[in-house]
Design a protein around this ligand. Structure first.
Ligand code: TYM
Length: 332
């Protein structure tokens, strides 16, 4: 039987944070034991839609690769590679541009948000989700494990793939977004109404970076915004967003049910206990990852070798696929 194929990506646009880990990368690591075929991509072409500094990008790419291996991606079980090292991605993007109505791109909420916040934007920023579509459908991926914020992009990928199939004949598998039931939207600890992210406009004081030292992680969690009440229960009220976020982090790391989580804190007086428990769990995850990261990053040649093996493997799937696209479209 054909194995389920999984594809997902992450941008090398700053250190990985707890949201990336709990929303996406944790699922990627778990997928490795599920008899699936896994492709995980460092999407550097995407990062350049905003990042401009060549040295910073170069450093970020190796750092992210070291981090992904440190989190548990195993080169024997997953194809881990750098997007720009596999030319089919940029080529597929052009071909897909030709069948994508511009209105579909102008509707994307991430594009609209960024457009509002930046002084000048590149054509690539609008085109971003078409490149992302190519990433996914070149591999005929069935599943795309992501955090909540990427759902709209994967749905667009389905629509573009469907449109290509209608125009030129059955070529692509239609992908499904796979979003975890908890951890899909980790919020900024200082501003729990906004998602945790390392983007240009983010309040960094509420972001837990996987490379932050233990002390600053402790501080970030202890300073987390809560509310003036003292009930430790899940709730969708805006005022309770901070407590809800901490409970969500506790829930996804422990794997407990909401009821069990609330029971754990039923006798707690104040939010200090919750913050301490969350800090302990988060450090329990991050400390060993950071130690492994140091090993990987200290040997850039070995890292590059692993990534080249990944790129080679990715090319064996994506190159014939892009050739098929071109043939169907009439290129000779
Ligand atoms: P990126 O680099 O912003 O994020 C990588 C993954 O982390 C998830 N994530 C979160 N999950 C929970 N809570 C948060 N606060 C949080 N912040 C980020 C994201 O949902 C994502 O799964 N466009 C993509 C990269 C991409 C891609 C692809 C993804 C390019 N091609 C193909 C899937 C398939 C992005 O910018 O992710």
């Amino acid at each position: 039987m054909k194995k389920i194929r999984v594809f997902s990506g992450i941008q090398p646009s700053g250190d990985m944070h707890l949201g990336n880990y709990l929303g996406a990368v944790k699922q990627w690591v778990e997928n490795q034991d599920k008899e699936k075929e896994n492709f995980y991509c460092i999407v550097d072409l995407h990062a350049h839609t905003i990042l401009r500094d060549a040295k910073e990008l170069r450093d970020n790419i190796r750092s992210l690769a070291a981090m992904l291996f440190a989190c548990g991606l195993d080169p024997n079980k997953s194809t881990v590679f750098i997007q720009s090292q596999v030319r089919a991605h940029a080529e597929a993007c052009w071909l897909l541009n030709c069948v994508t109505p511009i209105g579909w791109l102008e509707r994307m909420t991430q594009y609209k948000d960024k457009k509002e916040k930046l002084n000048s934007i590149s054509a690539a920023l609008l085109d971003y989700p078409v490149l992302q579509t190519g990433d996914i459908i070149l591999y005929d991926a069935n599943e795309v494990p992501i955090g909540e914020d990427q759902k709209q992009h994967v749905e667009l990928a389905r629509d573009i793939a469907q449109r290509f199939n209608n125009l030129f004949g059955e070529t692509f598998v239609l992908p499904d977004p796979i979003i975890p039931s908890v951890g899909a939207r980790v919020m900024n600890l200082s501003n729990p109404l906004s998602k945790m992210s390392k983007s240009f406009d983010e309040d960094e004081s509420g972001v837990v970076g996987l490379l932050d030292d233990d002390n600053s992680i402790l501080k970030t969690i202890k300073r987390a915004v809560t509310d003036s009440g003292n009930q430790i229960v899940f709730s969708n009220d805006k005022e309770n967003a901070g407590v809800n976020n901490l409970l969500g982090i506790y829930k996804v790391i422990t794997g407990k049910s909401s009821m069990q989580v609330e029971k754990d804190f039923a006798n707690a007086k104040g939010y200090g206990v919750l913050k301490e428990s969350v800090a302990e769990l988060v450090l329990g995850i991050i400390t060993p990852i950071r130690a492994k990261y140091k090993e990987y990053i200290s040997d850039p040649q070995e890292l590059d070798k692993l990534l080249e093996v990944g790129a080679e493997n990715a090319r064996t799937i994506s190159e014939p696929k892009v050739s098929e696209m071109k043939e169907r479209m009439g290129f000779i």
